[in-house]
Design a protein around this ligand. Structure first.
Ligand SMILES: Nc1ncnc2c1ncn2[C@@H]1O[C@H](COP(=O)(O)OP(=O)(O)O)[C@@H](O)[C@H]1O
Ligand SMILES: [Mg+2]
Length: 254
């Protein structure tokens, strides 16, 4: 058996003395599209922040490629260099052009020349379906284009893992589906491991091959596996209700 790319062990997360989730253990394999599911406020974004090293867990460990980065500042920096994050809304700097936004991580982490950086920016914009928009400002882009530009920035350093927080939030159904297609394309074409936080069921069922469900009341993971399998055989009433949007008399969400 191949070793997991990410291994989370006995992880508890929260703020101060408020514990959101406790004793979480799960693995993510290389090439997975892994969904973190759960109702609003259960701690999905917090888990993402902990997994990307932005905040510390209350306890437990997270290792990436066999290296535990909790409590090891050096490992944390190395790991952060190898991940991309697409925040809700794209989180582009409004005073910079799209190209300047994508250049940021390249200027921060590499010694590439200006012309090389320009080539990489053009390549990433083409990859996300936005060729030629580098000179525009974020305010000139639609919601879907902002997410794509944010994704181009997240991909600038060719990360092996990309984290998405609610990728389809605020998008119309067509833009949302196009973003799902793009996520799968990047996963297939580059083997990038994708971890996404979402409560958009359609998107989860389309893109994810593995998942965990965070249960607010129990403060723990109460289900795991392929979301489509979880929908067919929900392990408990909470997951059944979540995955069928409360239509518990029906067999599926569609
Ligand atoms: N920086 C923070 N300090 C204290 N509490 C926070 C902070 N960020 C989020 N929370 C609280 O933690 C809970 C989980 O938040 P979050 O992880 O954003 O949930 P989700 O992404 O699942 O909707 C919420 O009750 C939220 O108010
Ligand atoms: Mg959130």
């Amino acid at each position: 058996m191949t070793k997991p790319l990410i291994s989370v062990s006995n992880l508890s997360i929260g703020y101060g003395c408020r514990v959101l989730m406790k004793n979480m253990s799960f693995d993510i394999n290389r090439g997975d599209v892994f969904a973190i599911m759960g109702p609003s406020g259960c701690g999905k974004s917090t888990l993402l922040r902990v997994m990307t090293g932005l905040i510390a867990p209350l306890s437990g460990t997270i290792s990436v490629g066999g290296r535990d980065f909790t409590g090891d500042e050096c490992a944390r920096c190395d790991i952060m260099r190898n991940i991309g994050i697409l925040y809700q809304g794209g989180a582009l700097f409004g005073s910079m052009t799209v190209a300047e936004n994508i250049e940021l991580p390249l200027r921060q982490y590499t010694g590439y020349s200006d012309s090389m950086i320009r080539d990489i920016v053009d390549m990433k914009l083409t990859l996300v379906g936005l060729p030629g928009v580098g000179d525009l400002y974020p305010s000139q882009l639609s919601g879907g284009m902002k997410k794509r530009a944010g994704l181009a920035r997240a991909l600038a350093l060719d990360p092996q893992i990309v984290y998405f927080d609610e990728p389809s939030a605020g998008l119309d159904p067509i833009a949302s589906r196009q973003l799902d297609d793009l996520i799968l394309e990047i996963n297939h074409a580059m083997g990038t491991t994708i971890i996404l936080v979402s409560h958009e069921l359609e998107s989860i069922f389309t893109v994810a091959n593995n998942s965990i469900f965070l249960d607010t009341a129990r403060h723990e993971i109460s289900g795991r596996g392929n979301p489509n399998d979880l929908r067919r055989n929900p392990p408990n009433a909470t997951i059944k209700q979540f995955l069928t949007r409360g239509k518990t008399n029906e067999k599926s969400a569609e």
